[in-house]
Design a protein around this ligand. Structure first.
Ligand code: FAD
Length: 768
């Protein structure tokens, strides 16, 4: 595919020079979309969306086009080369310059090739690392980090935001629906702004001043039943399990459903508890869920079914393939009605689509006599609760973390365990309505737990099941082993639940937890817990993590950096932080940069460098090892994630959304809030209080995080035989002939040059 296209359209009406459009600098192509020709520039917006079956072409940063010009059809011949190149992918980003004025009138010359960054062979130089101070980026104290480090919530920024985002947004912000440009980032991608989603097609949010979560909470006050409301005539209670709460133990909504069922039983009004999970392939597609994450869910559902069966609780799994995908709420209500249930409970999901879905359900006039209650469960402190004295959300982690810790200190119930659900009476199995729900196969028509979901076939299912087991108490074993297993071991291929060579007990300095402060940055060690897939899908609650460490630290919850336990708890709070960011700035859920001005950064679009990064063929061993760990294990060590994410966004200067999507599709621990937060942090478009010039030097990162090169040798077999510290930089540290024998690529960019280019592009977003 050509890197840059220049196209000049004849124009019927001359445009005054002052109104000449600036070049458009990005084009997004998404397949299988049927859209009308669209132009919003007449509405003073900056987007153009052209239908070109099977592609929809979305131009951003279109400035000052007259309505006449904006509606001008583009010639098919222009797109032909692009069409050919996207036949096998469903997403492509291309640099494209389109102008309605002859090239000689353009303000500057447009080069058609990306900057070449051929690495020069040079003698070994001592690594310099401008990020040294920030090896622990989260806890590094920054002079400007205090309570004033807050950002106005959307409600207070409303007016400013709409004008700036309409000029700068790199994603759809107006008019016709456009399918995903960047998958997971585009949770609510059809929107007019961050308020609008497939689940909120009406202009709700255009004039209001609340985030979707605030709207949901307001609606909960009006519409949800009080705790003991005995609404409706139905006898039964349904708990709707979702993508983040796949567990029985310590589950807020499930515990509540169980309490409601008990109450009904006491009043002799029935009271069977039914658990429901709805598989929604269209949502998974829209949100870039990967096959591994889906397989992990399916395996968990099968295991949960067995456990719930023991409690005489039918676990109904239903695959919702109806169109539109937004009809899910109606389907759930209709199932409740069918099952003679009058109460429905669920835990809140904080992504925009899901919040609007729940809001629509709460506001639905005819719920068929079913009352719907929602609970905060996914995070320790509910998003929206950690705010400054004047009620604004924090945008910087450290002050947020202090407040978060205060919240828990003041309200111990936040980490209290929810009671396990009580079993249904054995009679439930004979009940005319509930009894038949135990055998899903007999129900047919979308009911049942598929081994595999069409469109999400997991090619390495067996290996994933071995590495990340879900049944027979595996999640608990993962935690147990982290708390008391011996630390400092190399365990790169060990299943997450496999014990260390020795159990050293929870209160020794040798345990993985105790060593966490140092071990967590060593990529070759079993220094971190590997609990993330279990937390992301909710097999373990974050409260449980904190309770476990609290039990080891004399009943006092430690947070900070004084001990391994304190440090680990801080990571759990970091997970909460990104949930809080997602809820307070829902725009991040729609592909927007947290810091608006960086939406204009000029990204590279060469598919060759992007593909080299994806495949782990950049010539930077630590980056390649991290990428290959992702491909192989569906997981990367946290430091590896930061290194490789920063490499993609700063060295290769690719849009962070490309990386976010790749991780999302490949990770077993895929979690929108953490993934987006991690990417935006790494790309400096997010909540990192350090400015954009934090650029990791991959070489010094490699030497610090994998000192003996074990991690690299494990994941990059071409380098297995490389001895000593040449492992970190074989191209420069080995002789030419020796290097060539390895069959390993040369570095695709040179650090110093790439760094300069990144500094330039970030300093003045929009410039070359
Ligand atoms: C670019 C990028 C993408 C990421 N994508 C994801 C993702 O999709 N899903 C995901 O769960 N985490 C993600 N993270 C965060 C972090 O890398 C993983 O949570 C961590 O590596 C998981 O390993 P662990 O369970 O051994 O972590 P531990 O070090 O043992 O930490 C315990 C738990 O704390 C939480 N945690 C730790 N570090 C972070 C962090 N930086 N941000 C948020 N939570 C954290 C996680 O829930 C983790 O399981 C991402 C980070 C980056 C930089």
């Amino acid at each position: 595919m050509p890197e840059t296209h220049c196209w000049t359209a004849p124009c019927a009406n001359a445009v005054p020079a002052s109104r000449l459009p600036k070049p458009i600098d990005r084009v997004y192509l998404a397949r299988s979309i049927h859209r009308r020709h669209g132009c919003l520039s007449c509405n003073k917006r900056d987007h153009l969306i052209f239908d070109f079956w099977p592609l929809s072409i979305h131009f951003t940063n279109v400035q000052l086009l007259s309505p006449h010009r904006a509606r001008m059809p583009l010639r098919a011949s222009f797109f032909r080369p692009l069409l050919r190149s996207v036949s096998t992918t469903n997403l492509i980003t291309a640099t494209c310059r389109i102008t309605t004025t002859p090239p000689h009138l353009l303000p500057r010359t447009y080069s058609t090739s990306p900057p070449t960054m051929a690495p020069k062979r040079r003698p070994a130089s001592p690594p310099h690392d401008e990020d040294e101070k920030a090896l622990d980026p989260k806890l590094a104290e920054h002079p400007d980090e205090d309570e004033s480090e807050t950002s106005k919530p959307p409600s207070q920024k409303r007016q400013k935001k709409s004008s700036s985002s309409s000029k700068r947004s790199a994603v759809v912000t107006g008019g016709p629906k456009v399918e995903s440009q960047y998958g997971s980032s585009a949770y609510a991608k059809s929107g007019d702004d961050w308020h609008r989603s497939d689940f909120n097609p009406s202009p709700r949010g255009r004039t209001d001043s609340k985030t979707p979560l605030q709207e949901l909470e307001a609606a909960l006050k009006t519409h949800a039943p009080s705790k003991h409301n005995d609404a409706g005539d139905g006898k039964n209670v349904v708990y709707w399990m979702r993508m983040h709460d796949l567990r029985i133990h310590d589950n807020r909504a499930l515990a509540h459903a169980s309490a409601l069922a008990q109450e009904r039983r006491k009043k002799k009004k029935g009271g069977n508890l039914i658990a429901l999970f709805v598989i929604t392939p269209a949502d998974y597609k829209a949100h870039d869920r990967g096959a591994r994450r889906i397989d992990f869910v399916l395996r968990t559902l099968a295991s949960l079914k067995k456990e719930l069966d023991k409690l005489n609780i039918p676990f109904v799994v239903y695959t919702h393939t109806d169109r539109p995908r937004t009809s899910i709420g109606e389907k759930v209500f209709s199932l409740c009605k069918q099952w003679n249930a009058s109460q429905l409970t669920a835990n809140i999901e904080y992504e925009v689509d899901e919040l609007w879905r729940d809001l629509a359900m709460l506001e639905q006039k005819d719920k068929g006599g079913v009352s719907f209650s929602l609970f905060h469960d996914c995070y320790v402190v509910p998003p929206g609760r950690v705010v400054t004295n004047d009620g604004r959300p924090y945008s910087v982690f450290s002050p947020w973390n202090r407040r978060w810790t205060d919240c828990i200190a003041k309200d111990a119930s936040l980490i209290e365990e929810s009671p396990d659900p009580e079993a249904n009476d054995a009679g439930a199995r004979k009940d005319s309505t509930v009894g038949k729900l135990f055998d899903l196969d007999k129900l047919g028509g979308g009911f049942g737990i598929p081994e595999e979901l069409e469109g999400f076939e997991c090619k390495d299912r067996e290996y994933m099941a071995k590495l990340w087991p879900v049944s027979d108490g595996a999640p608990k074993q993962v935690l147990d082993n982290f708390m008391s297993g011996k630390g400092g071991e190399t365990a790169l291929d060990r299943p997450a639940n496999e014990p260390s060579t020795k159990d050293v007990g929870g209160n020794t300095k040798e345990s993985r937890l105790a060593r966490y402060a140092e071990g967590r940055n060593l990529m070759n060690e079993n220094g971190t817990s590997r609990i993330s897939p279990y937390l992301a899908a909710g097999l373990v609650s974050p409260r449980e993590c904190l309770r476990r460490t609290r039990a080891l630290t004399k009943g006092k919850l430690q947070v900070g950096r004084d001990s391994g336990a304190a440090m680990w708890n801080t990571e759990i709070s970091f997970r909460d932080f990104y949930g809080h960011v997602l809820a307070a700035w829902p725009k991040v859920c729609m592909g927007h940069a947290f810091i608006t001005k960086y939406e204009n950064v000029k990204w590279e679009t060469s598919s060759s460098t992007l593909e080299a990064w994806k495949a782990g063929l950049t010539g930077y061993p630590i980056v390649d090892a991290a990428q290959r760990q992702c491909i192989q294990q569906g997981y990367i060590h946290n430091r590896g994630r930061m290194i490789t994410a920063m490499f993609l966004t700063k060295h290769l200067l690719h849009d962070w959304r490309e990386g976010e999507r790749f991780f999302s599709l490949n990770f077993i621990d895929q979690d929108f809030a953490s993934n987006n937060g991690g990417w935006q942090w790494s790309a400096s478009t997010g909540t990192d209080p350090q400015p954009y010039f934090r650029i990791f030097n991959p070489l010094s990162q490699s030497e610090k995080s994998d000192p003996m090169g074990e991690y690299i040798r494990h994941f990059v077999p071409e380098l297995k035989g490389v001895k000593g510290n040449a492992i970190h930089d074989p191209y420069r540290r080995l002789g030419k002939a020796e290097f060539e024998k390895l069959g390993y690529p040369k570095p695709i960019v040179e650090h110093a040059e790439a760094r300069q280019r990144a500094l330039r592009r970030y300093k003045n977003p929009g410039d070359e």
